[in-house]
Write a protein that binds this ligand. Structure first.
Ligand SMILES: O=C(O)c1ccccc1NCC(=O)[C@H](O)[C@H](O)COP(=O)(O)O
Length: 225
């Protein structure tokens, strides 16, 4: 399995890491998963060279997630060769068949992001039987600059109808200030954050990363590590 898993408590993924300081702060605070964004229109985008240098010291210390948006096989292969991630995260319009295909080809577990705007999106999530984890995020508005990392929450009440057979992450507009309540209300086994631990888009704040971990783990009754 990947990196370190919590003995108990909420799974935490810090997404959009771009610097050694932020990566080390995430590991030090006890995050389970580190997300690396490969999407050029994002302020968190990493080139393959930058990603390679960043992850050189992270392997085995934290689970590494390569995030892409509707990437083809050639692009996925290049990313995998560069950072050898523990997970792929698909954050675009990838169909269930694409998840199946990519898993078979690359032999890596897949996190599929589902944008939640209404009940119909939870129905759609049920089709992703082969995804290893589902990440529920706010649905991007039409014409949005990017499909994630917008710092926007959605109606958590909709998750009452979400499939719960496999691990899932709650995402979208979470912060150190809101994550405890979010976990309490939704019962999420895991959480994901990007904007809420930044001082500006793409600029992670190590003290907010630590505060997020503390709040998330406290919320589930587990111990912050
Ligand atoms: O973070 C981005 O810039 C990004 C760009 C394109 C696709 C996905 C992206 N982020 C995905 C994530 O997993 C974020 O952590 C998630 O959307 C939550 O973001 P936020 O609401 O900013 O905490």
């Amino acid at each position: 399995m990947w990196g370190r898993r919590p003995a108990r408590g909420t799974i935490v993924k810090i997404c959009g890491l771009r610097t050694i300081d932020a990566l080390e702060a995430s590991i030090e605070a006890g995050a389970d998963l580190a997300g690396f964004v490969f999407f050029e229109k994002s302020p968190r985008h990493l080139t393959l060279d930058a990603a390679r240098a960043l992850v050189a010291r992270a392997a085995g210390r934290i689970g590494m997630v390569a995030l892409t948006v509707d990437a083809d096989d050639e692009r996925l292969a290049a990313i995998i060769a560069a950072i050898q991630p523990d997970f792929l995260q698909f954050h675009g319009h990838e169909a269930p068949e694409r998840v199946r295909e990519a898993k078979a080809r690359f032999k890596l577990p897949v996190i599929k992001a589902i944008g939640v705007g209404g009940r119909e999106d939870l129905v759609a999530a049920k089709a992703y039987a082969e995804a290893d984890m589902i990440l529920y995020d706010a649905k991007p508005s039409p014409g949005a600059a990017r499909p994630g990392g917008m710092g926007r929450a959605f109606d958590w009440g909709l998750l009452n109808e979400a499939p719960r057979e496999k691990p899932w992450l709650l995402s979208g507009g979470l912060s150190p200030e809101t994550v405890a309540e979010a976990v309490r209300i939704t019962g999420a086994p895991g959480v994901d954050v990007s904007s809420g631990v930044e001082s500006a888009p793409g600029q992670k704040d190590p003290s907010r990363i630590a505060a997020f971990l503390h709040a998330a783990r406290g919320a589930a009754g587990g111990e912050a590590r």
